[in-house]
Ligand binder design. Sequence first.
Ligand SMILES: O=C(O)C(=O)C[C@H](O)[C@@H](O)CO
Length: 266
Amino acid sequence: MAAPKNAFKAALREGRFQLGLWAALGSPYAAEILSTSGYDWLLIDGEHGPNDMPMISAQIGALRHSPTHAMVRPPMGEAWLLKQLLDQGAQTFLIPMVESAEQAKALVRALRYPPHGIRGVGAGLGRASDFNRTPDYLATANDEICLIVQVESRAGFAAIDDIAAVEGVDGVFIGPSDLAADMGLLGDPGAPEVLATIGKIFERTKAHGKARGIMTVSLQQAEVYRDLGADFMAIGTDVNCLVSAVETLRRTFLGETVTEKRGGGY
Ligand SMILES: O=C(O)C(=O)C[C@H](O)[C@@H](O)CO
């Protein structure tokens, strides 16, 4: 018996668009509710959400037997952290602020067992191997890992061809908020200059045969990104869904109108 198949990675390889949602509440209960809400993937956010290792592990568990694939974003792409997340069963990783091919190559090695990488052998203790009940896990794990690197700065944009060319990088995800901030447009990811840069990053990513990802909380912006070529996209966050639903409920009852900031304003 082999490592679990990575349905998200397979879908990207087959060119099937994957719709996602951001999970930053840090709630396995919320993750379980979202796991059967029709999304192809759920990003468990350890960079901006209050998600520590036990919390992330519990959310991976909540998604485990659902049609929604767990994508995990650690605060940084550190090998020791990725090792723990891998053993907890994470197979798809979103790594923030990647700005060089060297950084991308180090991430690939951190996610693979020797001789192709440096991942420590300990999955027998974790969900990854179904708690040591997957005889062929070690031999099959590498192929089911999906690495998505975030390009979200001018430095990352400048290195996009080198980054996208790295063997083992499966996709490039643009963080529009951080990219806008680094471009001097803090809080305005919908600015024309940011959109133009996003288009160029997507174009170069596709040229290297890699998947293109992005996120927004604005459905209008989502259409723009889809037209730019996004292969996978998050169209909201659990936090935003909760806040906007509560606000909309109150405003609707009071007859108030709701306006949206350009680009979602994230
Ligand atoms: O820079 C970005 O935009 C992202 O990386 C996504 C955000 O971190 C996400 O938390 C929404 O704000």
